[in-house]
Design a protein around this ligand. Structure first.
Ligand SMILES: Nc1ncnc2c1ncn2[C@@H]1O[C@H](COP(=O)(O)OP(=O)(O)O)[C@@H](O)[C@H]1O
Ligand SMILES: [Mg+2]
Length: 459
């Protein structure tokens, strides 16, 4: 129920909600303010009234004549218009008054507080009444009551109330109008952004909001959205490129397998010819299997589905293992493969993946080095393990350097392919380094050689 109410509230346009809040808060403030003024004024009016009663009471009682025990009111009393007085004997019986009606004729003198003005209701009117004792030589002679109409005294208060009752709604109406106008103005750019963003679909991510904007909140929103579109656009492009490249890579071996199969199916062949064709098909299938495994690994790493099994890992042992394994291949190419373990470093990592990373780098170094040596070295640099694979090979031209970690990127496509490369090795290396909280860098001089540096956080 409450939930429903809240969702319904959220359906109301923001400009109305803002204005409603604004008007609501303003009305609270105005009401509080008016109440404060009203009560303050009422209090000071009553105080004034009481002061008048006191001074009138004093004047009247000092002008009373006591002639042989008989009290008389001076007919030339200095009474203010609207002041009524009543004179009572010591027993509380009325002696004389200039007000022939309630409340003074029926005042309960005995129970009325002395010298403290009180409000008394009589015949639908409110009166402020002050009772003062009249004494002579310490003897209680009589009582004097002074009264003034409270309603009359409060007339300015009614005017104020009327003013408040008219002014507050009027102010609120004007404020609501202004609020709507301002909210509309402030939210208009957001409407424009929404309309523009709606026009941009997934297929046309190259478009930008491209709205003129200042350095304010809306400007930041526009800039942020445009940056997000940039990133999305690049990601989509990379994904499309990746799919296209992958399909392209798979086309060649598929064509080879197909032509081999068709060729042997066409007519009778000798067993040796069959064996040859099947060997070609097997190699192509193996190549494809290899590619698919790498694609799968990269796809899973993109989705963060590939879990690393982190454990304390002796990098020295890892270097020993990989160099020993590749020794034969290097020797077959006439290359020296050396290892320099300056310090042993332990990291937290996934053994399979880190072995794969080092093997990929050694594989490249051997593949792209016609003669000379490949050196794998390990040392500690501060809190990091530094793993280097250095070769004396052809090197990589500077214009290619920024791209070699991209998927399917090969400097010399034909050559890499003839060596069995897909151009995925380095992107896998880069992912493995990153997944371990490390990074991979490359330095290369054409004709002199290439150095890959992997930095991993050491334990
Ligand atoms: N040690 C190296 N010396 C020269 N070029 C290299 C070296 N390592 C990598 N490259 C270049 O970087 C490209 C990308 O490497 P990689 O991703 O491992 O793909 P692949 O080895 O399958 O071609 C290679 O095609 C090659 O041109
Ligand atoms: Mg490679």
């Amino acid at each position: 129920m409450q939930q429903q109410f809240l969702t319904r509230l959220r359906d109301i346009p923001l400009r109305w909600r803002l204005t409603a809040w604004y008007v609501f808060l303003l009305s609270l403030i105005l009401a509080g303010f008016s109440a404060f003024i009203y009560f303050n004024m009422s209090l000071s009016l009553q105080r004034e009234l009481d002061a008048v009663l006191m001074s009138q009471g004093e004047q009247v009682s000092s002008s009373l004549d006591a002639e042989n025990g008989q009290l008389r009111l001076d007919p030339t009393l200095p009474l203010l218009p609207g002041t009524y007085i009543g004179l009572y004997d010591a027993g509380g019986k009325i002696l004389s008054t200039n007000m022939p009606a309630n409340p003074l004729t029926r005042l309960q003198v005995k129970s009325f507080p002395v010298n403290q003005p009180r409000t008394v209701e009589a015949q639908g009117n409110e009166w402020r009444v002050l009772l003062v004792p009249v004494k002579e030589q310490g003897q209680q002679l009589a009582w004097l009551a002074v009264a003034r109409s409270e309603e009359e005294a409060e007339a300015p208060l009614n005017k104020l109330l009327l003013f408040i009752l008219i002014a507050i709604p009027l102010t609120l109406v004007v404020a609501a109008g202004g609020g709507i106008f301002l909210a509309r103005r402030a939210l208009k750019p957001i409407d424009r952004i929404a309309a523009k963003a709606r026009q941009i679909s997934a297929t046309d991510l190259s478009r930008r909001l491209d709205l003129p904007h200042g350095n304010d909140e809306v400007g930041h929103l526009v800039a942020t959205l445009d940056e997000m579109l940039d990133r999305l656009d690049r990601a989509f492009q990379r994904q499309r490129q990746f799919t296209a490249d992958a399909s392209h890579e798979l086309r060649t071996p598929l064509a080879v397998i197909r032509s081999q199969a068709e060729a042997v199916l066409n007519r009778q062949h000798s067993p040796e010819e069959y064996r040859q064709a099947l060997a070609i098909i097997r190699d192509q299938a193996a190549w494809m299997g290899n590619l698919v495994a790498k694609l799968l690994l990269l796809a899973r790493s993109d989705d963060r589905m590939e879990q690393l099994e982190m454990e304390p890992l002796d990098l020295g042992e890892l270097v020993e293992g990989v160099t020993a394994e590749w020794q034969g291949i290097a020797a077959a190419k006439g290359l020296r493969l050396k290892k320099i373990i300056k310090e042993n470093v332990v990291v937290r990592g996934d053994q399979t993946r880190l072995t794969q990373l080092l093997a990929n780098l050694v594989d490249n170094a051997i593949k792209y080095t016609p003669a000379g040596e490949v050196v794998v070295s390990l040392e500690r640099r501060g809190r990091q393990a530094l793993l280097k694979v250095q070769d004396t090979g052809a090197g990589i031209p500077p214009e290619h350097l920024p791209h070699i970690f991209e998927r399917f990127y090969r400097v010399d496509k034909a050559r890499s392919r003839s060596e069995g490369g897909f151009g995925l090795g380095l992107s896998i290396c880069e992912w493995i380094a990153r997944a371990h909280g490390g990074k991979i860098e490359v330095e290369s001089t054409v004709g002199q050689g290439t150095t890959f540096k992997v930095r991993l956080p050491a334990v």
